[in-house]
Design a protein around this ligand. Structure first.
Ligand SMILES: Nc1ncnc2c1ncn2[C@@H]1O[C@H](COP(=O)(O)OP(=O)(O)OP(=O)(O)O)[C@@H](O)[C@H]1O
Length: 291
């Protein structure tokens, strides 16, 4: 089934909470020592390389997989749209919505129908004859129709054309603004998260490498470009260093609670985008420099 709705667990204030969460498949840990909290009403992006543990984390949070250590909880009702976004092939989109109405404790038919209309999904065609993107829209319609407090979407943007990606994220933001729900979405399309996500969870090899408010995280990271050098012109943790010919570039995590240092020429500093940050972190873990 496309959407799973789980019943509430106490999270003492936050919308989603994980405490030293771990999950293994046989002897191999897919998730380890994962602790974080998501405040309500946030859109959190869950990013990480293939196999980092994103689907496993969402499945445990949604209650589909049992944790092997630690604990997790979500406040209110949770809807989870899995990566495959399976729909019953012989059911039409309209029949899927009728099924949603019967399976969910809370059901907002208008909301679900509006979603399908918005994305021009034919209501009377068997889901098996819809495109991959249209099938995903049926899955999203079912999820928003269930009026969850926490909506988890595993790679919602895969299968969607660029315009649909932009429109789906805009619709999700509108849902968040209107209902106050919390969204946790995993994605590889990091470049399109700007202006969408306000919280980040970055997984590497099953461990949480970074997490927190996106603005705070990006404010603490700065890129410096200057003459070839072994070290950056400021104190801090070097997340990424690149040396090309006579130029060096450093992405630096500045120490917490200190004013941003002023650098003198020839060094030039520039702000770090979410994509810069995530790619630098992923590159570092791939090279075995971290985690
Ligand atoms: N059912 C399973 N049985 C055994 N190992 C599994 C199973 N599901 C996932 N794994 C392993 O657990 C690790 C995490 O997988 P997971 O699917 O959670 O990663 P992911 O970050 O969602 O990856 P992707 O971006 O490729 O979807 C991987 O090493 C994967 O091979």
């Amino acid at each position: 089934m496309t959407t799973t709705v789980a019943e509430p667990v106490d999270t003492t204030g936050s919308a989603v909470r994980a405490q030293a969460l771990g999950k293994r498949y046989r002897a191999k840990w897919a998730l380890r020592d994962c602790s974080f909290e998501l405040p309500a009403g946030k859109v959190a992006a869950l990013v990480g390389a293939n196999g980092a543990g994103k689907t496993t984390l969402m499945s445990v949070l949604a209650g589909l997989l049992p944790a092997d250590e630690g604990s997790a909880g979500t406040s209110g009702r949770v809807a989870f749209v899995s990566q495959e976004k399976p729909v019953y092939r012989h059911f039409t989109a309209a029949e899927m919505l009728r099924l949603g109405a019967r399976l969910n404790v809370v059901w907002d038919a208008d909301r679900a129908e509006r979603w399908l209309e918005r994305f021009e999904v034919p209501l009377d065609r068997a889901c098996g004859k819809l495109s991959g993107g249209q099938q995903a829209q049926v899955a999203f319609a079912l999820a928003v129709g269930a009026r969850p407090d926490v909506l988890m979407l595993d790679e919602p943007l895969a299968n969607l054309d660029p315009l649909a990606r932009r429109e789906v994220t805009a619709e999700l933001l509108a849902e968040v603004a209107e209902t106050g729900m919390t969204v946790l979405l995993s994605t590889h399309v990091v470049a399109e998260l700007g202006g969408v996500a306000d919280h980040l969870l970055l997984l590497a090899h099953g461990r949480l490498l970074a997490g927190g408010d996106l603005d705070e995280l990006l404010t603490r990271h700065v890129s410096y470009a200057g003459p070839a050098s072994e070290t950056p012109p400021v104190l801090g943790k070097v997340v990424e260093a690149r040396h090309r010919g006579t130029q060096s570039t450093f992405l630096v995590e500045l120490p917490e609670g200190r004013p941003r240092p002023v650098v003198a020429g020839p060094w030039v500093q520039r702000p770090v985008t979410l994509e810069d940050y995530v790619l630098a972190q992923l590159a570092a873990t791939r090279k075995g420099l971290d985690a």
